[in-house]
Design a protein around this ligand. Structure first.
Ligand SMILES: Nc1ncnc2c1ncn2[C@@H]1O[C@H](COP(=O)(O)OP(=O)(O)OP(=O)(O)O)[C@@H](O)[C@H]1O
Ligand SMILES: [Mg+2]
Length: 358
């Protein structure tokens, strides 16, 4: 058996995580070797130019247009595998935490959950894929009679139409997907190290920012803020009378580290953060628990000096997500991987799940 260690361990097949975002596609290819996730390649391609808009702006493309972009990305990133897992946008899914009657028998519990779920899903149950997780009790053995008669369940539903679109993108681009996962769960796998403690994740995308609280290993709360990094670009363009392309470049170059476009960045980030603060307060008051850490992800999370700025807003430990830390890569790649990491959280999380299937 020791020989395996000597020769770098058993090699498994390569797998791919495919994150279909509103502004860009991201892929991450991993392979397992000696129990480690080796980073083989990664890449990103903006959707804007494929749909009459600009890099960094959200789009609304057809499955065919997305597949065309994805094929280009697979080629550019020199992806060598077809086996993948694909993200489902949070905006196309429904997550609700509900309290249902507890049953001792697991089969009976399943029936109760699946019947009761109908009341909480606003469309006919036949039109969605339903999934659910039982939230472990926060104080096992210490519940009062009422708590003991109830079970907390996270219901997760995705419309069949959305899955059909994703399936056709996958098929058109020549890939084979074994699962489709709501992006929140992929991100948690990639960047939340202590999913039992209340942790807030802010995924700052192009048009929107997703906020969610992870606790006891499940998503206790999720919310979407209708502001994202594309609004910063628009603000810079408007205030300096610049093109969107120039403003996008300035945003990336300067970030919050330089005075140039700082006021435009602060305008948008202060809006996002103040709404996130309200979510923190809402969570803490309802649950009588404190959020112990905040993790920033998404392309907006790559913004220079954002971590420093966020720390001034929240009196909570703030970290910028580093999903590639869960992968093995050459040391000289580390600085760049750390820098761009937040943007690849979803894709890394998908690839990590796919690796567990190998
Ligand atoms: N280095 C950077 N500095 C600042 N902003 C950046 C940087 N890199 C990317 N962005 C911005 O991040 C945004 C894209 O983020 P991301 O890739 O997470 O979005 P998405 O996944 O397409 O969107 P969503 O998840 O909302 O569907 C763009 O507006 C882009 O301009
Ligand atoms: Mg995204």
């Amino acid at each position: 058996m020791a020989f395996f260690g000597l020769f770098g361990g058993k090699k498994s097949a390569s797998v791919l995580g495919v994150d279909i975002g509103s502004s860009s596609l991201k892929v991450v290819q991993l392979r397992k070797q000696g129990g480690k996730a080796i980073l083989e390649t990664y890449g990103e391609l903006a959707l804007g130019p494929y749909g009459g808009s600009e890099v960094g702006q959200a789009t609304n493309l057809s499955a065919e247009q997305i597949a065309t972009t994805l094929k280009d990305l697979l080629r550019e990133a020199k992806v060598t595998t077809k086996s993948c897992g694909v993200s489902i946008p949070y905006a196309r899914s429904l997550l609700t935490l509900v309290e249902l009657p507890r049953r001792r028998d697991a089969r009976e519990q399943k029936t109760v959950i699946e019947l009761e779920a109908r009341k909480y899903i606003p469309v006919p149950i036949a039109e969605v894929q339903l999934d659910w997780f039982i939230v472990p009790s926060s104080e096992p053995g210490k519940e009062d009679a009422y708590q003991a008669s109830k079970v907390e369940v996270l219901l997760v539903a995705v419309h069949n139409d959305e899955l059909k679109i994703l399936e056709s993108v996958v098929k058109e681009s020549g890939l084979t997907a074994s699962f489709y996962e709501i992006e929140i769960f992929s991100t948690i796998r990639a960047v939340v190290d202590e999913p039992m403690k209340p942790t807030m994740v802010l995924d700052i995308g192009a048009a929107s920012t997703k906020v969610y609280v992870v606790e006891r290993g499940v998503v206790a709360l999720s919310h979407s803020i209708s502001a994202g990094s594309q609004d910063i670009t628009r603000a810079i363009a408007a205030s300096g009378n610049l093109t969107i392309a120039r403003a996008e470049a300035l945003k990336k170059e300067e970030g919050l580290g330089e005075d140039g476009s700082r006021s435009s960045l602060e305008l948008v980030f202060s809006r996002i953060f103040s709404e996130a603060r309200r979510v923190v307060m809402q969570y803490e008051t309802t649950n009588r628990k404190s959020i112990t850490a905040i993790v920033l992800t998404g392309g907006g999370g790559v913004t220079k000096e954002l971590g420093v700025y966020a720390k001034q807003t929240f009196s909570i430990d703030v970290r910028v997500g580093d999903p590639f830390a869960k992968t093995e890569a050459p040391a000289f790649m580390r600085p760049i991987l750390e820098e761009i990491g937040p943007e690849f959280a979803v894709a890394v999380g998908l690839a990590l799940r796919k690796l567990t299937e190998e």
